[in-house]
Write a protein that binds this ligand. Structure first.
Ligand code: SF4
Length: 148
């Protein structure tokens, strides 16, 4: 029988796709996902390359956007396009596990700022995780997923 599929932030698998060229290998998490077929994703590496400038989630009053800390540009569109394409190509994903605190991958642990860069809260959803949630996929931050 085929294993169920999990979409997993690529850096958690040990791939060096973080903004600073490092990774977030999490062996405990990989053990816990042993019964799944893992499909990795990294919207930021795909869209902007590695290494790259950081970005933050900004609530502009209408929606939450990913904004470059270097250029101040709104980077949301390519991330959302990547996410929609990913889930179209992998329509049988049953579980999403995202890297905590990432403006792309966090499920409910991202820092959200206002336009003046005042911190509003730390429970924000990254843009790719939001697409997964909107599709009704079960979503977890990785640190919550491995809590006993
Ligand atoms: S947290 Fe997400 S966007 Fe950032 S490196 Fe990991 S997979 Fe890529």
């Amino acid at each position: 029988m085929n294993k169920p599929k999990v979409a997993l932030s690529s850096c958690l698998m040990g791939n060096a796709c973080r903004y600073d060229g490092d990774h977030n290998l999490n062996e405990k998490l990989l053990e816990k996902l042993a019964d799944y077929e893992i499909v990795t994703f990294c919207p930021e590496d795909y869209c902007f390359g590695t290494p790259r400038p950081t970005m933050d989630l900004i609530d502009n009053g209408k929606r939450i956007e990913a904004v470059s800390n270097e250029s101040g540009k709104n980077l949301s569109e390519p991330i959302l396009e990547y996410a929609k394409d990913f889930f179209k190509q992998h329509s049988d994903i049953e579980l999403f596990v995202g890297k905590d605190r990432s403006p792309s991958c966090a499920v409910c642990s991202g820092k959200v700022y206002d336009k003046d860069k005042n911190l509003l809260h730390k429970k924000g959803t990254g843009l790719m995780a939001k697409v997964a949630l909107d599709l009704g996929i079960e979503c977890w931050d990785s640190e919550d997923y491995i809590k006993d």
